[in-house]
Write a protein that binds this ligand. Structure first.
Ligand code: ZOZ
Ligand code: NAD
Length: 704
């Protein structure tokens, strides 16, 4: 194994290189070796200054996150990074930290313990710990305000967003941007400052008094709003505030207390699970890393409706030229208009420059023909949701597309194999199920057909990354992962209404649980007609005699399609603000009366359990059927496609947190009350609960 840290010399400058691939995390051994190398350089007479640099793609990405899992599980004692950093800062020769890639978390804390920081123009620095449910734990909340000021430190530590090199320079986090060769520039910088006094960050107190009244309360307000339900952002603010009241050492002690509280919290466990689940999702066990990946230089989208327009934007945003085909000029104009308006809104909000908007618009070629389709590497179909029209489109593109062109469908529910049967190349057909709005939502379900080739799957995964999406592989079953689970979730929401819970209570309880909106508000936003059409398509699969929701179809028959018609489960004003609709309440009551459903007061706890455990039970079935490869994949789908709170880890992780035995007991109560057709526990859930295991430890491939 190569050394984690090496020490070399360039004349009077010592160069310490950290080499712990892939991201130079501060795994056990790294801080020790770093300190030893710096001490050795400090003791080396002719050395006048020391440069610390990362080998490979990045400086230091932070603490080794896997270590946190072991510490919390009691398998490893807590190692404190702070003493190592104090030793670096106390080195009597100046230490220059040379940053490329990223200096994040413990990486930025290490960089701030140096006396100077030089940075590559594309590098970024940040304290993203709140994304893992923790706060900086090695003095970051005490050193960052001393360099960047209180306001910016509050923002960076509580929201977790990194800043790029130019801003880091302007803020005083970095001392110089080095264009070209970073090591050469850092060594030259070290020669310049060698001999001058080495400033210690922890002694620079001048920026600590410079903050406006109410800055902490404002930061708390913003964190409560943008990170609703999360505890770490508030702890990070407390820690930064401590920097203004306490000397450095005491501030660090306060930070350590808060860090520990966060590290041992359920939220941190959930968010760390999400970090690794996101990365695991791109791995497909029988599609090895070496599988060839096709290059996607040009793409085409068919259908410029709600989804097609957003998908075309997604390609243009990634710099990939895309043809956008429609059936009529009117539909094409309408679709393009929406695209233009979306970009214009981003320009108005300052998120995009006018020039970038023009560039992106120029990458989208609107057309009514298949001209140019023969030169594309991938075609995505996003026409109406109906098997006949999908097959028609696929047989047309099969005739035109070049061999090797990937044919993707954005269908929400339909069978990919049936769609592929309209072509003579089923191996090239795959589902690319984007979520609405496609240019915003990060999830992409990659649906694997019976014949889909490994290259098509590997290319889809790589492409998703380029499109800035998180891809999850799903098997080919109606609704794939996300929409299939949505079925029971929606069903329970509507049953709860029939049994006596008002629309507003159901929405509010799930909002308070952490969902961005309640289920009925979500249905109103998506359009009630969408589900209505799907139900008509799948009516033949409904089991006779099994209870099904009574009111949704009636609302649609009345033309109440949700927000777009101003009426759905709620009533909406011209600003799309909802209010209760007595007409709907009466309709629900009447439907319940006719069906003989007894109405009662329902607790918020029941609303949450029935809704969320319906997701969990269906998720367990998907896992057992192999439609989802891992419980973590299901969590990633629900977090990124439906806004499930990441700090609860996704539905399957949430169930593990509650305890599968408790989950099973509750589901069995529901089974007794509502019948086995609706609530029989998934066999996998039962097995895991009875053997004291978790979804997280279940291996779908071996079934163990
Ligand atoms: O990977 C991207 C990233 O953002 N990483 C996480 C950065 C982060 O959150 N850092 C803060 C860590 S917490 C911390 O540092 C607390 C603190 O204050 C210290 C307190 C001290 C307490 C001491 C107690 C021990 C990054 C931007 C860096 C790179 O993105 P890419 O897209 O290029 O690459 P990825 O994300 O696919 O990652 C490549 C592989 O590296 C693994 N990895 C990344 N960061 C890691 C890490 N593994 C452990 N620890 C980290 N910090 C990642 O899982 C992936 O692995 P594979 O196996 O999937 O390839
Ligand atoms: P939409 O009705 O908004 O758009 C469909 C567009 O396809 C229309 O503009 C129509 O003119 C066009 N079209 C129909 N036949 C065509 C053809 N032969 N050639 C070119 N264009 C044609 O529908 P949508 O909501 O964008 O849905 C499209 C697909 O995406 C469906 O399969 C749907 O299930 C799926 N989907 C929808 C959502 C959503 O929330 N709307 C989310 C995920 C997936």
């Amino acid at each position: 194994m190569p050394d984690l840290v090496t020490l070399t010399r360039q004349g009077e400058i010592a160069v310490v290189t950290i080499d712990n691939p892939p991201v130079n995390a501060l795994s056990p051994g790294v801080p020790e070796a770093l300190q030893a190398a710096i001490e050795s350089a400090a003791g080396d007479g002719p050395v006048r200054a020391i440069v610390v640099i990362g080998a490979g793609r990045t400086f230091i990405a932070g603490a080794d996150i896997r270590e946190f899992i072991k510490i919390v599980a009691g398998q490893r004692p807590r190692i404190a990074l702070l003493p190592f950093l104090l030793a670096i800062e106390d080195c009597h020769k100046p230490v220059v930290m040379a940053i490329h890639g990223a200096a994040l978390g413990g990486g930025l804390e290490t960089a701030m313990a140096g006396h100077y920081r030089v940075i590559a123009p594309s590098a970024q620095v940040g304290q993203p710990e709140v994304n893992l449910g923790i706060i900086p734990g090695a003095g970051g909340t005490q050193r960052l305000p001393r360099l960047a000021g209180i306001t910016k430190a509050l923002e960076m530590c509580s929201l977790g967003e990194p800043v790029r090199a130019p801003e880091a320079l302007a803020l005083g986090i970095a001392d110089r941007i080095i264009e070209g060769d970073l090591l050469a520039g850092a060594v030259a910088f070290a020669r310049e400052i060698a001999g001058a006094p080495a400033p210690k960050t922890r002694e620079r107190n001048e920026k600590l008094r410079d903050f406006g009244a109410g800055v902490f309360e404002a930061a708390r307000e913003r964190a409560r709003h943008s990170r609703r339900g999360q505890t770490a952002p508030l702890a990070a603010i407390d820690a930064v505030e401590a920097a203004t009241r306490l000397p450095f050492e005491e501030g660090c002690r306060r930070e350590a207390e808060l860090f520990n509280q966060c590290l041992f919290s359920t939220q941190s466990k959930a968010l760390i699970h999400v970090f690794f689940a996101e990365r695991a999702a791109s791995r497909i066990p029988d599609v090895p890393k070496e599988t060839p990946v096709a290059e996607i230089r040009r793409a085409a989208v068919i259908g410029a409706g709600t989804m097609g327009g957003g998908i075309a934007m997604t390609y243009a945003n990634a710099g990939i030229p895309v043809l956008l085909k429609e059936v009529s000029q009117e539909a094409l104009d309408r679709g393009l208009d929406v695209v233009r308006r979306n970009y214009a809104n981003s320009v108005k909000k300052g998120k995009l420059s006018q020039a970038a908007m023009e560039q992106r618009m120029a990458l989208i070629t609107p057309q009514l023909t298949y001209d140019g389709f023969a030169e594309t590497d991938l075609i995505v179909e996003a026409v109406f949701e109906g098997m006949a029209v999908k097959k028609q489109v696929f047989s047309e593109i099969d005739r035109i597309a070049r061999p090797g062109c990937i044919l993707a469908s954005n269908t929400s529910y339909l069978n990919i194999d049936a769609i592929a049967s309209a072509t003579g190349r089923a191996e090239m057909v795959v589902g690319h199920h984007f979520f609405s709005p496609a240019n915003v939502m990060r999830l992409l379900e990659i649906v694997r057909g019976r014949a889909t080739s490994p290259t098509v799957l590997a290319t889809s995964m790589a492409l998703a990354r380029r499109l800035n999406k998180i891809a999850v592989l799903a098997g080919n079953a109606p609704g794939f992962i996300g929409n299939r689970m949505l079925g029971p979730y929606r069903r329970e929401a509507e049953f709860l209404l029939e049994e006596g819970a008002p629309v507003e209570q159901v929405n509010q309880a799930l909002h308070d649980f952490g969902m961005p909106m309640g289920p009925l508000a979500m249905l109103d936003l998506a359009g009630l007609d969408v589900g209505w059409r799907v139900r008509q398509e799948f009516r033949h699969l409904e089991k006779p005699g099994v209870r099904r929701p009574l009111v949704a179809d009636r609302l649609c028959e009345m033309g109440r399609f949700g927000q777009k018609t101003g009426r759905g489960w709620s009533r909406y004003d011209e600003n799309r603000r909802p209010s209760p609709d007595p007409e709907v309440a009466a309709l629900i009551e009447e439907a319940a009366r006719q069906a003989g459903i007894a109405r009662r007061a329902i607790s918020d706890e029941e609303v949450i359990d029935r809704s969320i455990l319906a997701l969990v039970n269906e998720g367990a079935r998907l896992l057992e059927e192999g439609i989802a490869l891992r419980a973590g994949d299901i969590d990633i789908v629900y977090i990124n496609g439906y806004g499930f709170p990441a700090w609860r880890g996704g539905p399957m992780c949430y169930a593990d947190t509650v305890g599968l035995r408790t989950v099973l007991d509750r589901i069995q109560e529901f089974e007794e009350r509502h019948g086995p057709e609706l609530w029989s526990p998934a066999p996998l859930l039962k097995r895991l609960a009875e053997s004291g295991e978790t979804f997280g430890s279940y291996d779908a491939r071996s079934g163990k």
